[in-house]
Design a protein around this ligand. Structure first.
Ligand SMILES: Cc1cc2nc3c(=O)[nH]c(=O)nc-3n(C[C@H](O)[C@H](O)[C@H](O)COP(=O)(O)O)c2cc1C
Length: 344
């Protein structure tokens, strides 16, 4: 109800101001605890039991300010970050745009975050509380050694996270996506795996939707070779699909939301076929309904994540998708959502 009243006001404010206010409201809300259990939706990935497959994608709670309130909205997992070793201001504002006509977002935030020390302290304070909490790690823009940044982030956050995501797919840190190249990726993952130490925290890798087929094959080879725990497909796109209607479509940055969905689905299918199901996939990009989530799961995703659709559909979205997925599992005559993964 509160959201229905606040929504018109939030849409009149600049996008980043609306986002900051939403985080404040969540910090004050009594929400907390964990997602309501839906036994048919529990999924085991990388040895972690996710209570449901609907996760919050990183970028919403970059600094781990409100993870427990987000679990209270029904998310089965929350990925915080991207966090870099040193705090970073990010790009100049405005850097976040709502493309209302397209149900899309463009951002060029540039890894604005509080840095490993502050975020690490917040994570330490909530250790022991329930909830699958992923930490998405990155490199500082001005770092002379980006691989060393990922290794440092791994060392600091591996004991504090349920899983880590190596993010080499943000379009807003110049040169970062080059780490997806075959030669660079192997070295990066070796450094991260070595830095994990005795904590066998699972490692996921997050990829861009703008990859060529040859890149996909190489990434899958390396991911299997290094025994990565999951691939997250996809981050935002630097392309602008035909048919965007908003005048803000020309803004520089990564596009997410509805227009990303067909690309992200194609990428997921490509990764599924390149891995043959040998490594779990997490589908992200333009998911806005239980139908979208089900389609992604049938195309090979063990889990899904979303962010942009919550901007347009509000805080009940995660719970609605969970309820809709449970209905679909039953309608398909299945006892577990695991049976649906990769069926189409
Ligand atoms: C404002 C904003 C900030 C984001 N920041 C990050 C980030 O820091 N790290 C990251 O891996 N992805 C980031 N993302 C990408 C999302 O996690 C997700 O991969 C992408 O938006 C596609 O999903 P969606 O269409 O459901 O939003 C960001 C997205 C948005 C809209």
């Amino acid at each position: 109800m509160l959201y229905r009243l606040a929504r018109p006001l939030l849409f009149r404010l600049p996008a980043e101001t609306a986002h900051t206010l939403t985080l404040r409201a969540l910090a004050l809300s009594p929400l907390g605890g964990r997602a309501a259990p839906e036994p048919a939706l529990a999924q085991r990935v990388a040895g972690i039991v996710f209570p449901n497959p609907v996760g919050l994608a990183p970028g919403f709670d970059k600094n781990a300010q409100v993870p427990d309130a987000l679990f209270g909205l029904g998310f089965g997992s929350v990925e915080i970050g991207t966090v870099t070793p040193r705090p970073q201001a990010g790009n100049a504002r405005p850097r976040l745009f709502r493309l209302i006509e397209d149900e899309a977002v463009i951002n060029r935030m540039g890894f604005n975050n509080d840095g490993a020390e502050v975020v690490g302290r917040r994570l330490t304070q909530r250790l022991g509380r329930p909830g699958i909490l992923g930490v998405n790690i990155g490199a500082n823009k001005d770092s002379p050694d980006r691989v060393a940044d990922y290794a440092e982030m791994t060392r600091i956050t591996a004991p504090l996270a349920t899983y880590l995501t190596v993010n080499i797919s943000s379009p807003n840190t110049p040169g970062l996506r080059a780490l997806q190249d075959e030669s660079a990726l192997g070295d990066l993952l070796d450094a991260v795996i070595a830095a994990r130490g005795p904590h066998k925290t699972p490692i996921f890798l997050k990829l861009a939707p703008d990859l060529q087929t040859s890149d996909i094959d190489a990434i899958c080879r390396i991911a299997l070779d290094k025994r990565l725990d999951a691939l997250i497909v996809t981050n935002t796109t630097i392309t602008r699909p035909a048919g965007l209607r908003s005048p803000l479509a020309a803004e520089t940055g990564g596009l997410s939301g509805k227009p990303l969905a067909p690309m992200a689905l194609d990428m997921l299918r490509a990764f599924r076929s390149a891995t043959g199901g040998a490594i779990p996939l997490i589908g992200v990009g333009g998911i806005a309904s239980a139908e979208d989530a089900w389609q992604r799961i049938c195309a090979g995703a063990s889990l899904i994540q979303l962010y942009s659709a919550m901007v347009f559909h509000g805080p009940k979205l995660a719970q609605n998708i969970v309820t809709g997925l449970a209905r679909r599992v039953r309608a398909a005559g299945m006892t577990s959502i695991a049976e649906a993964v990769g069926t189409q």
